[in-house]
Design a protein around this ligand. Structure first.
Ligand code: TXA
Ligand code: MG
Length: 347
């Protein structure tokens, strides 16, 4: 059966969604980052359905969404002072804090870990849904495992439409890239996944913060750190270099080479709008990903573009790596993982 889609700006619909959550059903709902697939975090059967419909491995823990400080205290214990400072600065918003888990929260939510990832989303609908249901809501991104995260209802329908109970439609997600996951159970605090809150803005508050994105030793602390993740179906090639124009030339050369191989079909390109004119070949579908001056715009379009190029059926996507400043670090991280953790360096 296809999931029902209801407009999120009608309070009656929030009540319907909250009732479903309380009955152990799955509801996809908007957040300011990406759409989430929600279940009552205190109901282990409901949470186990999240793993089934997403085909998500059981070792990959979920983020729990709260709407008040009381709810935070229902799920986490021993909350350190620094957490409260960060909460003052960034909640509601795209910052997920990893804290010590309370025993009352079923182990399946955190994949058996003694820690729990918590955030208070900034989206009004998300907050209303959590408040109306009165329970913390466990929600990963509402995509099939390893597909790009969903930034609009159509993406949720494409991946999960026949497997879930309801989708609340609030239009396109405002930020378009997931929250920053910050581990506060270690010293110094560690960014496990860069996201909507930048490293620089965390550094303004934390004296020291480490960034642990790789899995050099093959031990990943957060499953978002797996080498291949957020992947489009096409083969992604990520080009990086100090001199952007030189990188563009190298991308154009690669397109020619691919063309010579024959039968490559269409080739996708993702570059800042200013560079689109360099990619007007017949076999190329070039999409402007933000502009040189707005990485926020690139973040908003990133996953949507990967999905759109997949729909067109391109076999390759060539992307220009953004600067790692601000939300650029999160964009870089997602592109890098989509490219199977490989870079094409141009010097
Ligand atoms: O913006 C977001 O964070 C979205 C919206 C829906 O809130 N959610 C999201 O959830 O991206 P998900 O499940 O796709 O990603 C959750 C990330 C994963 O990388 C997971 O490993 C990490 O958070 N995580 C969850 N619990 C953790 C824990 N206890 N320790 C370390 N990492 C954890
Ligand atoms: Mg996800």
């Amino acid at each position: 059966m296809q999931a029902k889609v209801l407009k999120a700006n009608i309070s009656e619909n929030i009540k319907i969604a909250a009732n479903l959550i309380l009955r152990g059903k799955l509801v996809a709902f908007p957040t300011e980052t990406v759409y989430g697939l929600g279940a009552d975090a205190t109901n282990s059967e409901a949470v186990s359905r999240i793993f089934t419909v997403k085909e998500r491995p059981a070792f990959d823990p979920l983020i729990v969404h709260v709407a008040s400080m009381e709810m935070l205290c229902m799920v986490a214990k021993g909350i350190p002072d620094i957490a409260w400072t960060l909460i003052d600065a960034f909640w509601p918003g795209p910052l997920t804090l990893v804290l010590s888990k309370k025993d009352e929260i079923p182990d399946i939510v955190t994949a058996g870990l003694p820690t729990i990832a918590v955030r208070m989303p900034r989206n009004k609908v998300a907050l209303a849904l959590i408040k109306e249901s009165g329970v913390p809501i466990a929600a990963p991104s509402a995509n099939s495992f390893s597909r790009p995260s969903p930034t609009s209802v159509n993406h949720v329908i494409d991946d999960l439409g026949s497997k879930i109970d309801l989708i609340l439609d609030d239009g396109p997600a405002q930020i378009g890239i997931e929250s920053t996951v910050l581990d506060l159970t270690c010293s110094p605090p560690s960014i496990l996944r860069p996201g909507g809150v930048s490293r620089e803005s965390l550094e303004r508050i934390l004296r020291k913060v480490s960034v642990s994105l790789g899995n050099e030793d093959n031990v990943f602390r957060a499953p978002g750190q797996m080498k291949q993740h957020y992947a489009p179906r096409a083969k992604m090639m990520l080009f990086v270099g100090k001199r952007r124009k030189k990188v563009i030339i190298s991308m154009r050369e690669r397109i020619k080479e691919l063309g010579k191989m024959g039968k490559v079909g269409k080739i996708g390109v993702m570059v800042p709008e200013e560079y689109l004119t360099y990619f007007n070949n017949e076999n190329v579908v070039a999409v402007g990903l933000g502009s040189l001056t707005s990485t926020e715009a690139a973040a908003k379009k990133l996953f949507e573009t990967m999905r759109a190029l997949d729909k067109i059926g391109v076999n390759y996507i060539l992307a220009l790596a953004p600067s790692k400043k601000g939300i650029g670090l999160a964009i870089f991280d997602r592109l890098f993982k989509a490219a199977g953790s490989q870079l094409i360096e141009v010097d």
